[in-house]
Design a protein around this ligand. Structure first.
Ligand code: MCA
Ligand code: AMP
Length: 501
């Protein structure tokens, strides 16, 4: 009986004394102890009535238990749905309703406010992590596990991504999608059991969960598992680490810190950046300060990783490198889908074992995002140079990436447009020294316009904090072209220096 993802990532941890996780206080969890935790969590899922194919949603603080729960779900064929801890109760309700989750795990102390939702949806809510009700249930369970048989195409995870319509979609990730990408990345980035990854990303997104943890697990390596990105903790643990993965904001914040030096960071084997564009300038400054060329790669929730600068060979600033060995990538005319010649800018389309199974219960949306020959239309605009390196030059999708988190303007505009005093809104991303891009709302207002504080208060309950605008610009009218379409490009250009002033 096989379960490819469990067999490759988690089974090798069993009964092994080697260290797996190091926590901020220095406590170590061995591979074997982690596997015991995974097994107990798997039995607890079973005790909560979950069976293969059911969905378990988790909105909880990063912890070893949450990672063990991921492994437990994989072992039992239960679909793992991690959720950003920043999501509001309203956002959370959408996700658990949309995928008809059977169990929701939250932090201790968070279950009571969710009782009405649980009642309404017939959803079981338990708490995860130290002192949690789910931990109490798991504690009494055996540390032996019987993984259930799974096939390559069976679902392992569901990850919600927002969209241009403002309605989030669940990207269905199969066992093959996750395992093929982990295998490719371990080879390409040369991860071995000698590696210690400094892990400071959240584990509710592809980057921190699948790219970082799956690679470490497959390589039988270890992690220094930090609750979040904090330069003090990063500098304290860097000497023990061989590799780190981060979003560009990690690197700009560390560069802004006088402690960053060749002595402190020069020993690192590999520093990887992704989820948002790394400025070529950041790449160069980092090389000059530490002697290390950051390796930039590119991916999407729907596809896992797609391209990577090489381990050996030139890591070219401002590019995301060639496609991964098992990824087909082409540049097409965004309108017709016709493939363009090398050197032309167009839509990035991809195909490979890493590309997802479609959007949860949205066959029409899935169909429009794939070409007939199976290529997925990424919505990113790119160009391939004569060495085969891909550069991302823009986005056909109206998306803002703030500190590595995606914000779809439509989702924010739909709420702003309902507020008194706001005639209409255009939400744009403006260059921001810390976050790369920051969310800004341009409002067409009546009279003196509404109080910004009132707008902020209205958004607070409805939108995660990182989606809320960092600045507001009020105008009488939004600029429109002759077709009547709001000219966001003109707004971005006019206000480009907003955060540099
Ligand atoms: C926190 N805030 C943010 C962000 N993060 N606002 C905008 N954008 C953000 N990314 C809010 C906080 O709620 C807080 O609000 C204020 O901004 C300042 O918080 P601060 O303490 O500076 O934030 P932080 O806790 O230090 O977080 C910044 C961060 C974090 C370390 C950059 O956002 C982060 O870890 N980002 C990684 C995201 C990630 O993993 N993305 C991968 C997606 P207040 O005003 O109330 O104080 S997967 C993906 O994209 C694909 C597949 C790929 O290619 O990887
Ligand atoms: P998400 O849907 O959160 O997975 O975000 C995926 C999007 O992040 C991609 O479609 C790109 O627009 C962007 N992205 C990821 N990595 C990079 C990168 N290295 N450079 C530029 N954009 C990136």
């Amino acid at each position: 009986m096989t379960n490819p993802l469990y067999d490759a990532l988690f089974a090798p941890l069993k009964n092994t004394a080697r260290p797996f996780l190091t926590l901020p206080d220095g406590e170590q969890i061995s591979a074997g102890a982690f596997h015991d935790m995974l097994a107990r969590h798997a039995h607890a899922l079973e005790a909560c009535g979950l069976r293969a194919g059911d969905r378990v949603a988790v909105q909880a603080t990063k912890s070893p238990q949450m990672l063990a729960l991921y492994g437990a779900a994989v072992a039992r064929g239960i679909v793992f749905l991690p959720l950003n801890t920043a999501y509001t109760a309203q956002e959370l309700e959408y996700f658990v309703t949309d995928c008809a989750a059977k169990l929701l795990l939250v932090d201790p102390g968070q279950t009571a406010p969710l009782a009405p939702l649980a009642e309404k949806l017939g959803l079981r809510v338990e708490s995860l992590g130290d002192g949690g009700s789910f931990e109490a249930l798991a504690a009494g369970q055996p540390a032996e596990i019987m993984p259930i048989a799974r096939g390559d195409d069976d679902l392992a995870a569901l990850l919600y991504t927002s969209g241009t319509t403002g309605r989030s979609k669940g990207a269905m990730m199969s066992q093959r999608n996750l395992l093929s990408n982990a295998r490719t990345l371990v080879d390409l980035w040369r991860f071995t059991s000698e590696d210690v990854l400094l892990h400071a990303l959240p584990i509710f997104h592809t980057h921190g969960l699948f790219v970082a943890c799956n690679v470490v697990l497959l390589a039988r390596a270890q992690m220094i598992f930090l609750p979040k990105f904090d330069p003090d903790a990063v500098f304290a643990h860097l000497p023990q680490a061989t590799a780190m993965m981060g979003v560009p904001t990690f690197y700009t914040r560390l560069l802004a810190d006088p402690r960053l030096s060749r002595e402190r960071a020069g020993h690192m084997r590999l520093l990887i950046s992704g989820s948002a564009p790394l400025l070529a300038e950041t790449h160069r400054q980092w090389s000059a300060r530490t002697g290390h060329a950051i390796l930039e790669r590119y991916g999407m929730t729907e596809t896992n990783m797609l391209t990577s600068n090489p381990y050996d060979g030139a890591r070219v600033p401002g590019t995301v490198g060639p496609p991964l060995p098992d990824v087909e990538l082409r540049i097409t005319d965004p309108e017709t889908g016709a493939e363009l010649r090398q050197g032309a800018t167009g839509m990035i389309e991809v195909r490979g074992p890493n590309v997802f199974q479609g959007y949860w219960q949205m066959p029409d949306k899935t169909a429009t995002d794939f070409r007939a020959d199976g290529f997925f239309i990424t919505g990113d605009l790119g160009v391939i140079d004569d060495q085969g390196y891909v550069s991302i030059v823009g986005r056909a999708k109206d998306l803002i990436i703030s500190g590595g988190y995606n914000v779809y303007p439509k989702e924010v505009e739909l709420i702003l447009d309902t507020l008194p005093g706001v005639r209409e809104s255009a939400v744009i991303g403006l260059p921001h020294p810390d976050l790369g891009e920051a969310v800004v709302a341009v409002l067409a207002v009546e009279g003196d316009g509404p109080e910004i504080q009132a707008i902020e208060a209205a958004l607070a309950g409805q939108l995660a904090r990182y989606k809320q605008p960092k600045a507001y610009i009020t105008l009488r009218e939004l600029p429109r072209n002759t077709m009547g379409k709001v000219q966001k490009a003109a707004l971005r250009q006019e206000h480009a220096g907003h955060f540099n002033a």
